[in-house]
Ligand binder design. Structure first.
Ligand code: ZN
Length: 564
């Protein structure tokens, strides 16, 4: 079905409650396992229908925030969702405690029950006030960022608009823009500090109410982590310090030489080439045409999938007035349809959407038939492998997107993938400190950042920026406020995506098969189980990060970037 033809259905709280009640009665009355299995399947269907209705409303609202019908429907969802979530959890509890549990577990797999357990571990009626407070505070952070009106050279900009000037070809422009950008954060330092302190306190409070020592363990459960611990993550961060930081240090020296600056400031690193960043050679319609050719050449299944996306209008790519910012991939279970939302703006980011988000979408397409809804998509650490690896599988087609600038793009992409790792684990290290020491002050938190910044990113030079020298640059990273402990997932996935890169450099066909196998497993297994089943190296084992990085440093060295 085409996206425009999918009907709008606003879920009714009352009718859902009735349906859930009916299912609960049927489950309790079930006389044999077969009946219980049928009832649980009906529950999955109900959950899919609801999820589809919600997703369609959310997509249409994000495409046009000014359409009152979808804005109103979306507001209604905000109100009824917590109630519905509670009702669904009640039903899941009955499934969990069912006398037919062994048969249900044999039918649907034990992970489904572990996932229900995660629900119990992370939610209880008694923390609702804290959860509401948490939502208010994260909204306050968004408002502080989104509401920024910053004067710069006679014009007023928001933070995203201003950030563009921080990678300007002219050095003085980069420096002045950075002063304006961080000047705004400095002027609101107390507000940001208070919002974050409130978040740390309220998260610690809910952890204590649920019986945890601090927020760390709860934070891991909220990310659905079932098979790795803070200790394993700490060991992984050490691998990055030992085996990646020296590599990135060299890359920054190489960049300094390339852009002709002897002693670069942190803001100089935003400029990759003196000749400017690679830009796509056409608008989004052109790029979609090229992507269609690419996915057909890549494999049969990717070709069919991409045609499905185009024929059913499952991509909304162009930036337009009234559209929400950002980009995402989501899934409409009822029509087994992935959906990609983006804001194309003529930068290399437009191509990233057609590789990264399409990687997510292909994974969703391949597991759309799974009966257990929660098995269709893996946890975020694994989900990002599907998308980040697709960025690399698309390399041979970069000429059709960037023309002569294709190599410039490839070099920048691989450099960026490796250079991201130290920053990614720095954000994670910081959060462990914060939630293990919830009593620390804003100044103490910043001092900790300043300390570890020297370890993870010794090339960062903040001369002339006294405010940033205090360790305050983390304030611009929204994940630290909004999604605690999420950030490490991107780095774990990147290490795995780089493994696919190493393998495709040796044997592309074999690597592709392995990639499709991983995507097809969806979320049927936990992160480390998925890696083991797909024959991928476990990033937590000492030495594995180095094994993945080394061959790709050679690839970077094979480029003559002095020409770019
Ligand atoms: Zn992604």
């Amino acid at each position: 079905m085409k996206f425009s033809e999918m009907p709008l259905r606003i879920p009714s709280e009352k009718s859902l409650a009735k349906k859930i009640e009916k299912l609960a009665d049927a489950l309790l009355a079930a006389k044999d396992a077969q009946t219980a299995i049928k009832v649980v399947k009906k529950f999955f269907k109900l959950s899919d229908d609801l999820e589809s209705d919600l997703t369609i409303i959310q997509i249409r609202n994000s495409i046009n925030t000014e359409d009152p019908v979808y804005a109103k429907a979306n507001d209604k969802l905000d109100m009824i969702l917590p109630v519905i979530t509670g009702q669904f959890q009640e039903f899941e509890k009955l499934v969990y405690e069912s006398k037919f549990r062994p048969e249900l577990e044999a039918k649907f797999g034990s992970l489904f029950f572990k996932q229900i357990e995660l629900g119990f571990k992370t939610f209880d009626q008694k923390i609702i006030p804290e959860l509401q407070k948490e939502n208010q505070l994260t909204t306050e952070y968004s408002k502080l960022i989104a509401g920024a009106k910053i004067e710069f050279r006679g014009e007023t900009y928001n933070m995203t608009q201003l950030a563009k000037f921080m990678s300007d070809l002219d050095r003085q422009t980069r420096i002045d823009a950075a002063h304006a950008y961080y000047g705004y954060i400095e002027a609101h330092d107390e507000d940001f500090g208070n919002v974050y302190d409130g978040l740390v306190k309220v998260r610690t409070e809910m952890a204590k109410k649920l019986g945890y020592k601090n927020f760390v363990e709860l934070g891991y459960y909220r990310m659905s982590r079932l098979d790795y611990t803070p200790e394993m993550v700490a060991g992984y961060r050490q691998q990055i310090v030992k085996d990646v930081v020296p590599v990135v240090k060299k890359l920054r020296a190489r960049q300094a030489k390339r852009i002709g600056i002897a002693k670069p400031l942190f803001t100089d690193y935003a400029l990759t080439y003196l000749s400017g960043n690679p830009k796509p050679v056409g608008n989004s319609e052109y790029l979609v045409g090229k992507a269609k050719e690419m996915y057909h050449a890549m494999s049969e299944v990717s070709g069919q999938f991409f045609d499905f996306m185009v024929e059913n209008e499952l991509m909304d790519l162009d930036a337009k007035p009234g559209k929400m910012s950002g980009g995402y991939m989501t899934f409409i279970p009822k029509y087994k349809s992935p959906f990609i939302f983006a804001n194309s703006n003529g930068t290399s980011h437009d191509v990233d959407t057609l590789t990264h988000e399409v990687g997510h979408a292909l994974q969703g397409y391949l597991t759309g038939n799974f009966v257990v809804p929660s098995y269709r998509m893996p946890t975020m650490d694994a989900a990002e492998i599907d998308s980040m690896s697709m960025e690399f599988f698309a390399w041979p087609w970069m000429e059709s997107f960037f023309g002569e600038a294709a190599d410039k793009y490839r070099f920048q992409h691989l450099d960026g993938a490796i250079s991201f790792l130290p920053y990614g684990v720095e954000v994670d290290d910081f959060q462990h400190f914060v939630y293990e020491h919830p009593e620390a002050t804003h100044a103490e938190r910043c001092a900790y950042w300043a300390k570890i910044d020297k370890m993870y990113r010794p090339w960062m030079n903040y001369d002339g920026f006294d405010y940033l020298k205090k360790g305050t640059i983390w304030i611009k990273q929204s994940h630290i406020f909004q999604s605690p402990f999420y950030y490490i997932d991107y780095t774990l996935a990147q290490v795995c995506a780089l493994q696919f890169k190493c393998e495709m450099d040796k044997n592309r066909e074999k690597a592709w098969k392995k990639y499709i196998k991983l995507s097809k497993m969806g979320g049927k297994y936990t992160f480390l189980e998925l890696l083991a089943k797909d024959g991928l190296r476990n990033p937590f084992i000492d030495g594995n990060v180095k094994k993945v990085i080394k061959p790709q440093v050679k690839v970077l060295d094979s480029f003559d970037d002095s020409k770019f």
